[in-house]
Design a protein around this ligand. Structure first.
Ligand code: SAH
Ligand code: SF4
Length: 357
């Protein structure tokens, strides 16, 4: 589905311009306008002949996504936008500023077919896959905003991208990979692959496929893989994350081992902590057992409450008891600050609010 200029790969752009009788250097020029200078209007591409700009404008829409709603956290550091796509569907995308990092958390699907109990996106069901251009456009959107605000290096407005917004990236594999390649293109947006994280609920064939991808230089892809685990026993994970009935923990960890063996990259594990559900020292201990021998890091995220799930985030004491086990077992972990909770930064939550109003 071709919706905008961002849906074209470089070879596709080359082919189009060649068909129009343009000289060979044009494709590179247009590409740089799109991904280096972040143009969002053909008219801005002043080094192109006027006739070509008009022809491009007539054939290929180049529009920034329409922002339907914005929420900014009280400290001003996190911003969440609800974006409208060409067909009227909506996705959420989030910008987070840390000390030296400016991270876009972007979506890969409208909704999600997996249906994790605690997730607002999953609760709302699945609508459709995003195209590669729609995925990339979310990063460009924030890059433009940051550049316009100033105080950021002009050639590096965003420092990181995490594919952790709405949707399951490995169920939209081709478009997601194309977007990763586009964002890390050394002659385009130039984000280092190590600055891109892909978060998956654990689609085993997708993980194996990802492990086999190569970089333009020849070696394996250098992106970080994050696995949303949330439970270390099949009995509990089957309840929280329904896809576990298809790809159980043994199969998932075997795929992680293969991924680490092939890529040499550390894997991250996400664990949404839910009071009385998966925050027990016994689960922490089962998690430590599972992680033996794997180069891994655990991100603990206290639950962001959602309307259709009555779970709560654990108390500080419960979190301390959980992390004490990981510490004792030598498992590296981070407890994520609950930044942005007041802007409903849990995925799918702004879209939910907007639909209710
Ligand atoms: N589908 C992918 C990526 C999108 S979800 C995946 O599941 O990994 C991104 C992260 O947000 C996941 O780790 C998910 O578990 C987490 N998340 C979803 N709902 C949440 C909530 N209510 N509170 C905290 N984290 C949540
Ligand atoms: Fe989908 Fe991820 Fe939400 Fe689960 S947590 S429903 S996989 S978006």
């Amino acid at each position: 589905m071709l919706q905008s200029a961002c849906d074209l790969s470089f070879p596709q752009l080359q082919a189009l311009l060649e068909e129009w009788g343009e000289p060979p250097f044009r494709a590179r020029q247009v590409w740089e306008w799109l991904y280096v200078h972040l143009a969002d209007d053909w008219e801005q591409m002043t080094s192109l002949p006027r006739a070509l700009r008009e022809r491009l404008a007539a054939h290929l829409p180049l529009v920034s996504p329409r922002v339907l709603a914005t929420q900014v956290s009280s400290d001003g550091l996190t911003r969440k936008d609800l974006l409208q796509l060409a067909d009227g569907e909506t996705v959420e995308t989030v910008l987070m500023r840390y000390e030296r990092r400016r991270t876009a958390c972007i979506s890969t699907q409208v909704g999600c077919p997996i249906g994790c109990l605690f997730c607002a996106t999953g609760q709302a069901g699945f609508r459709r896959n995003l195209s590669a251009g729609e995925i990339v456009a979310q990063a460009l959107h924030f890059a433009r905003i940051l550049r316009a605000e100033g105080n950021v290096p002009a050639d590096r407005p965003l420092t990181n991208v995490v594919l952790m917004g709405m949707g399951e990236p490995l169920l939209n594999y081709e478009a997601t990979l194309e977007a990763v390649r586009r964002l890390s293109d050394p002659q385009g947006f130039r984000l280092g692959q190590r600055h891109i994280t892909l978060s998956t609920v654990g689609i085993v064939p997708g993980i194996d496929r990802l492990a086999k991808e190569t970089s333009p230089g020849g070696g394996p892809l250098q992106i970080t893989l994050a696995i949303s685990l949330h439970a270390a026993t099949d009995e509990l994970r089957n309840r929280l994350v329904p896809i576990n009935r298809r790809y159980g923990l043994d199969a998932l960890f075997a795929a992680c081992q293969r991924y680490v063996a092939r890529t040499g990259r550390r894997v991250s594990f996400e664990w949404v902590l839910i009071a009385g559900v998966n925050d027990s020292p016994a689960q922490a201990s089962a998690l430590a057992d599972r992680l033996q021998g794997l180069i891994a890091h655990v991100n603990l995220i206290p639950l962001n409450p959602t309307p259709a799930y009555d779970g709560k985030p654990p108390s500080r004491q419960a979190i301390a008891a959980f992390t004490a086990v990981l510490e004792r077992r030598g498992i590296p972990f981070t407890v994520r600050l609950r930044r942005g909770i007041e802007i409903q930064a849990g995925c799918g939550q702004l879209r939910g609010v907007k639909r209710e109003t």
